[in-house]
Ligand binder design. Structure first.
Ligand code: PGA
Length: 253
């Protein structure tokens, strides 16, 4: 069983002073974690985080990435730029970007491709809304979202991380139950295994990590992380408090 991955998604939070305080606390508490740990910070703070995390066991992530290589794309940040700041992970297709920035499945798949081409691991987010869950469409929605990424990235999908984040659980305090989450993770696992079997024999036994995200916190992390197909967490609100984030890391060990 490979190490779990606990990734913080700071979203549009932080300041030079707040980041420094948070990262210093994390660095003091997370010396030799048994799991992989990452923080995904806002673009302007990448340089600060890179410097503070140099040589540490905490890796750096971005919250988005451009699907384009370079040129006239105002406001975008390319994979090569992120790479210069030591970025190891990039979240793609977070539901907030799908919702507020109109990102489609195809666009998300292209972003994952751009990340992979630069050696950055995309954390591909999928998840259903409450209306979709209530209409019995959960499986169909997450499979469609993941299928686009599989289709565009071929055998490279063995290099991605998937995050199942039910939209109704994000920032709401309503976590999916461990059983609800596990059920969806099992669906995604089967889809990934089938895809890797088709694409290339060599990728067959490489397990793509599937993280859970959506109101994961210090109290519920252990139960979620003990599920067979939950390989880690993508944590929003609770990653902004060092003590909470470190408790989640401890729950993953
Ligand atoms: P939350 O956010 O932990 O605050 O619910 C998770 C996410 O959106 O990645």
């Amino acid at each position: 069983m490979s190490r779990k991955l606990i990734a913080g998604n700071w979203k549009m939070n932080g300041s030079l002073a707040a980041n420094q305080a948070l990262l210093r606390e994390l660095l003091a508490g997370v010396k030799a974690p048994v799991c992989q740990v990452a923080v995904c910070v806002s673009m302007p703070y990448l340089a600060q985080a890179q410097e503070l995390l140099a040589g540490a066991a905490i890796e750096l992530g971005a919250q988005d990435i451009s699907a384009q290589v370079s040129g006239a794309f105002t406001g975008e940040t390319s994979a090569a730029m992120l790479k210069e700041f030591g970025v190891r992970f990039a979240i793609v297709g977070h539901s907030e970007r799908r919702q507020y920035h109109g990102e489609t499945d195809a666009h998300v798949a292209d972003k994952a491709k751009a990340a992979l081409a630069a050696g950055i691991t995309p954390i591909v987010c999928v998840g259903e809304t409450l209306a979709q869950r209530e209409a019995g469409q959960t499986e169909e929605v997450v499979k469609r979202q993941l299928a686009a990424v599989i289709h565009t990235n071929g055998h490279c999908i063995s290099e991605i991380v998937v995050a199942y984040e039910p939209v109704w659980a994000i920032g709401t305090g309503k976590t999916a139950s461990p059983e609800q989450a596990q059920a969806v993770h099992a669906v995604l696992r089967a889809q990934l295994v089938a895809a890797s079997t088709l694409k290339a024999a060599t990728t067959q036994d490489k397990r793509v990590p599937i993280l859970y995200g959506g109101s994961m916190n210090a109290a519920n992390a252990a139960a979620l992380l003990s599920q067979a197909d939950i390989d880690g967490g993508l944590i929003g609100g609770a990653s902004l408090k060092a003590a909470d984030f470190m408790q989640i890391i401890a729950a993953a060990q």
